[in-house]
Design a protein around this ligand. Structure first.
Ligand SMILES: [Zn+2]
Length: 143
């Protein structure tokens, strides 16, 4: 990621980050590599025709595998996710159950459950923190 890319990425809303792109009046823009797909233009991919939105979604899949994979691949100083948590989240993303994850990681099922609990706590904290920051920023804008 270069500097300008980071700005687009870090200014994106949670929904935009989840989708992997931002929508402007006339285009869609990948927040990972900044490639632009113009609204109203038809794109040809492997002799099939797609609109800009579908092309953007296909671009994310083709070039960046998936948004979740990209996010999990980011440095832990950005995500706050430890290596063990990352491993577990990747397996969760694949849709594995606790038992399957435990055997893949070579740990007890109770360890997986414990990690899941900690991840949920982290999620709650992140949600509250976002709410707090959101309230503060709205408050500051009023003044
Ligand atoms: Zn891209």
């Amino acid at each position: 990621m270069d500097k300008s890319n980071k700005e687009l990425f870090w200014d994106a809303t949670i929904e935009e980050v989840k989708k992997g792109y931002v929508e402007n009046d006339d285009s869609y823009k990948c927040i990972i590599c900044e490639e632009i797909f113009t609204k109203g233009r038809i794109y040809e991919i492997e002799s099939c025709l797609y609109d800009a939105k579908k092309t953007t979604e296909m671009h994310i899949k083709d070039k960046h595998s998936s948004v979740i994979e990209y996010l999990l691949g980011m440095n832990s100083s950005f995500t706050g996710i430890s290596d063990v948590q990352r491993e577990l989240l990747m397996l969760m993303a694949e849709g594995l159950c606790d038992k399957e994850m435990a055997s893949k990681l070579g740990v007890a099922q109770s360890t997986v459950r414990n990690h899941r609990y900690k991840l949920r706590e982290k999620e709650k904290q992140a949600r509250l923190f976002l709410a707090i920051m959101d309230l503060i920023s709205k408050d500051t804008k009023k003044k």
